[in-house]
Design a protein around this ligand. Structure first.
Ligand code: ATP
Length: 244
């Protein structure tokens, strides 16, 4: 088994999260959970608070209230060991090669010797072997995403947040990402994915959380939400109904 992902416990828990920008409540009392090995889609119209939620979970924006826990313990300064955020425009080090990104992670996490074989294996699994010695500045969005995901798995980070990961990927890139996400799920990683692509959410996610103006307006497995809404309803129908 590659990676040293924790597979026990309740996973990622967001409790009463609030973020105010002046008068605006960008995130307004949000609570939900993402279990280990579970994939949750974070949906909502433009401005609903999806990115702000991800930034708060990752510790890049300070919440006005609420907390984020991993396996029941509030995340503090060590949250980088628990959560990786891959933004809509994934950023890698321009002057490091793909392999050097893995070396960087291995050294900063003080991974025991032998990580190199796991690193090579990850590059192979994620279709990055050809880019092993390519500089970060030369990588496409899909390759940058894969590099960061490989680095996160190598570090054994148990939760991965992806902001609009499908946008800008060609059909092959989207397929590869879906396969990668499936593999991450099998490794027990908790995945939280913000997306506007409802079809992708339907195929990738075990559950979805739908936001409107910072508030949770629906959550649950897609099939359950569709049933609740009435027979023959698509996720799009549910989305439009609860966010209107
Ligand atoms: P989109 O789907 O368009 O990416 P989103 O659901 O990710 O939207 P956010 O980017 O989280 O939404 O924004 C939520 C609200 O917070 C919006 O009204 C936005 O204008 C506001 N907002 C976000 N960041 C800031 C900031 N730094 N200062 C002030 N307002 C902000």
């Amino acid at each position: 088994m590659i990676g040293m992902t924790e597979t026990r416990g309740s996973g990622l828990e967001v409790q009463g999260l609030e973020k105010r920008f002046g008068e605006l409540r960008a995130v307004d009392g949000l609570s939900f959970q993402v279990g280990p090995g579970e994939t949750v889609g974070l949906l909502g119209p433009n401005g609903a608070g999806k990115t702000t939620t991800l930034l708060c979970i990752a510790g890049l924006v300070r919440p006005s209230a609420g907390q984020v826990l991993w396996n029941g313990a509030a995340l503090g300064p060590e949250r980088g060991r628990r959560v990786t955020l891959i933004s809509e425009s994934p950023e890698v080090y321009a002057m490091l090669t793909v392999w050097e990104h893995l070396v960087f992670v291995a050294r900063s996490c003080r991974l025991p010797d032998g990580w190199q074989r796991r690193g090579e294996d990850l590059l192979d699994r994620f279709g990055l072997l050809e880019q092993r010695d390519a500089l970060g500045e030369s990588l496409s969005k899909g390759m940058r995403q894969k590099t960061l995901i490989a680095a996160s798995v190598l570090a054994g980070t148990p939760a991965l947040l992806l902001d609009e990961p499908m946008i800008g990927l060609d059909p092959r890139g989207q397929r590869e990402l879906r396969d990668m996400l499936q593999e991450l799920r099998e490794r027990g990683i908790a995945l939280l994915i913000s997306t506007h692509l409802l079809e992708s959410a339907e195929t990738i996610c075990d559950r979805v959380v739908i936001l409107k103006q910072g508030r949770l307006v629906a959550q649950g497995p897609v099939a359950e939400l569709r049933e609740r809404q009435g027979s023959g309803q698509s996720l799009e129908d549910v989305f439009l109904e609860v966010t209107q």
